[in-house]
Write a protein that binds this ligand. Structure first.
Ligand SMILES: [Zn+2]
Ligand SMILES: [Zn+2]
Length: 379
């Protein structure tokens, strides 16, 4: 299924202003926001779709590329929506980053209990290099990552054992401070996390001596990651909840794996097709033959028809890479190259000399006419 046009999704014209884009997105986001449509999958899809369109069109550079090249123009860019695991969290993050303030404000839910909303830990990004063979079959990789985990001595609270805590004077225990701000979309009540207590509403008397009140410690953990077949450089894989844990027991961020494909010694990739240069002797080219060809999944036999020319492309159906998250595969394309021998023994030379003047050995007459034309130019 092809992707829908971003302008169509937002219901705007190609020359919509930034303001129109923002307004259109805001309208759709409010209509389809998961909080307003709990459990409605269609609304969730619409919300993601609108967020993706907005993510591209609000950025003038991405928008230019999209206008010029379509979806392909914004593919492979460092853009979380290009990932294979486009999840709702990403869309919600866009929504929040869209300059509309917290979404509670948009839906008139501001002033809720922020104390429960602890700070989320950071995402961890890492690159993963894969061979074409691994991409062809999909692979499970074990990686070791350094990340922040819950401090074992205070269970993430940041408080020393037996230590009491008092109400934060900065926010009177609310964990948040209210600020009124103005933007082009109107006036917003901005609710910020209290900087004195970092949102907890409490000031701890004695901090945990291990983590100094942070609630976190550095650790190294092994992670097993299933990479699906057919991924490409620039694809993202989001592993939810495996990033750094938030301070003072806040929720963890994600691990984001960025795929990088290693160059292959023999194979060239073109989308999901694999290109392989097939060298054959001129005898094979003239007489035809059966030859063995390496593919990503093993050796395959192919027929060379008599009289094949150098540069001819042969297609081996479904011998390429699997399409990501689909059942069919690309093809392997063989680029035939007739190889010329560089050493000849006496016998070989004798046989070839005998053929030298044979009419069928000479390239077609068209070559002659080229010479005639060139002569005409210079005379
Ligand atoms: Zn406070
Ligand atoms: Zn601690």
């Amino acid at each position: 299924m092809g992707k829908r046009d971003y302008y169509d999704i937002l219901g705007i014209s190609k020359n919509a202003s930034d303001d129109e884009i923002k307004k259109a997105y805001r309208k759709l986001a409010m209509e389809y926001h998961p909080d307003k449509n709990p459990g409605d999958k269609t609304a969730e899809e619409n919300f993601k779709e609108a967020s993706e369109a907005y993510e591209v069109l609000r950025d003038s550079q991405k928008r230019q590329r999209y206008d010029a090249y379509g979806h392909a123009g914004v593919k492979g860019q460092p853009n979380p929506f290009e990932g294979m695991e486009f999840d709702l969290t990403d869309a919600l993050r866009t929504f929040m980053a869209g300059g509309f303030g917290g979404f509670g404000d948009i839906f008139g839910m501001g002033g809720g209990n922020r104390r429960e909303q602890k700070m989320r830990g950071a995402d961890l990004q890492l690159k993963m290099r894969l061979t074409l063979e691994e991409i062809a079959t999909g692979v499970t990789k074990k990686i070791r990552i350094k990340k922040q985990v819950k401090c074992g001595d205070c269970s993430g609270s940041g408080a020393h054992a037996g230590s009491s805590s008092t109400t934060c004077p900065g926010c009177n225990g609310a964990g948040e401070v209210r600020q009124v701000s103005r933007s082009i979309l109107g006036q917003f009540v901005n609710i910020a996390t209290c900087s004195q207590c970092r949102g907890s509403g409490q000031i701890i008397e004695h901090l945990c001596t291990t983590c100094h009140g942070e609630g976190r410690a550095q650790a190294s953990e092994e992670l097993e990651i299933d990479i699906p077949a057919g991924v490409a450089t620039g694809n993202y894989l989001t592993i939810q909840g495996q990033g750094n844990i938030g301070p003072k027991g806040g929720p963890p961020g994600d691990v984001i794996i960025i795929i990088e494909e290693q160059e292959h010694e023999y194979f060239e990739r073109n989308g999901d097709d694999i290109i392989y240069e097939l060298p054959i002797s001129f005898v094979q080219a003239a007489l035809g033959d059966k030859v063995n060809v390496p593919t990503l999944t093993g050796v395959a036999e192919i027929d060379i028809s008599a009289g094949i020319q150098s540069g001819k492309i042969l297609r081996m159906r479904s011998k390429g890479l699997p399409h990501l998250r689909q059942h069919h595969r690309g093809d392997q394309l063989l680029r035939v190259r007739v190889w010329t021998p560089t050493k000849l023994n006496k016998e070989e030379r004798r046989i070839l000399e005998k053929l030298r003047t044979s009419e069928n050995i000479k390239p077609p007459k068209s070559i002659k006419s080229v010479f005639e034309k060139i002569k005409g130019v210079f005379n």
